[in-house]
Design a protein around this ligand. Sequence first.
Ligand code: PNS
Length: 165
Amino acid sequence: MCKKSAIYPGFFDPITNGHLSIVARGLHIFDHLIIAILNNPQKAPLFTIDERISMIKEAVKGKPNVEVDTFDGLLVDYVIQKESNIILRGLRALSDFEYEFQMALMNRKLNRHVQSVFLMTDYKWFYISSTIIKEAARFGGDVSGLVPGFVNNKLKEKFSQAKNA
Ligand code: PNS
């Protein structure tokens, strides 16, 4: 049987339980997932690419069919390079829809062989994003339960370093 592989792309700055839920559910559909981090330093991420890779690797430890990688340039080119034809994305609120729809159509225009597949986020993670997690954590808000424990510790470390700088 031919193994089906999908690419789950994003910034993952940092990875949240919402992302991990999409990974876990994606594995019910696909045999192999590649979590692909866009390496775009212009976005001024909180975590370096190495920090993001190591947090994601820790989070998917024990899932041998999940790979962690980075990419730059066009996503569709990366998908083909990895011998896949599927982009997996999570959909939260309606507000995601417009952006995701636009991106899916542009990716389809760029390469008709690449299909975008969406999973509705679980209601538990409906309101969270890496951005809102960082915003809360920056001001000392409790984000436990929304990110893995080691990500929570890393967030605390980052923001205490910034305070003491
Ligand atoms: O974590 P995000 O912000 O939802 O991820 C967005 C991402 C990385 C999937 C998107 O920006 C992307 O694919 N960038 C690579 C450049 C590209 O191919 N863009 C799509 C065509 S406009």
